[in-house]
Ligand binder design. Structure first.
Ligand code: ZN
Length: 180
């Protein structure tokens, strides 16, 4: 609870006289809602509130997608639908080789290396779309961030720059293929 709320709660408890003070007047005085006042000064509604928040947390637990064990409410599930992995599995994934590869810190040298690796594997330089979702390759955004344009990177890796028509021709060929 924030310090200001704590202060207000103490104040409400000191001002409240059962049967004399109304929730509404206290709510106005402390600039909080009537239900908040009720929760603070009435033990029964406080207990109800705690029980309902316990139930809400319980409802946000689930079964781990990886190990089938129980997942616990993690305090962030309003943003995510449910915590669908237990803490141990989440950590294991976070530190897996795949996850580490995804967090590769790119540099000009590493991007050039990746383009050359693609070139050796495919006997051609990569198109802008070839790295889409390919693990171990930088995204188009990353390439542009380091080289300004895709072709700058292609040239830096020792390939002929790709012509814009490449893409149009490829699209045309695909279209022809579909027609037959
Ligand atoms: Zn698990």
């Amino acid at each position: 609870m924030a310090a200001e709320k704590k202060h207000k709660r103490r104040k409400a408890l000191s001002l409240y006289e059962p049967g004399v003070t109304s929730y509404r007047s206290l709510a106005r005085k402390l600039n909080v809602s009537e239900s908040t006042i009720r929760r603070w000064v009435d033990p029964v509604s406080r207990e109800k509130h705690l029980a309902s928040s316990r139930r809400a947390k319980q409802a946000r637990t689930g079964i781990c997608a990886d190990c089938g064990g129980p997942t616990r409410y993690n305090g962030h599930s309003r943003k995510e639908p449910l915590s669908f992995r237990c803490a141990a599995c989440h950590l294991a994934r976070h530190n897996s080789p795949e996850a580490l590869a995804e967090r590769t810190v790119w540099s000009r040298e590493k991007i050039i290396e990746a383009i050359q690796r693609w070139g050796a594997e495919h006997d051609d330089s990569p198109r802008t779309t070839d790295f889409n979702g390919a693990p171990d390759y930088p995204s188009l955004t990353t390439v542009i961030k380091y080289f300004g344009t895709w072709n700058n990177a292609i040239e830096a890796a020792g390939f002929e720059p790709r012509l814009p028509t490449d893409r149009l021709l490829a699209a045309g060929e695909r279209k022809k293929g579909e027609d037959h």
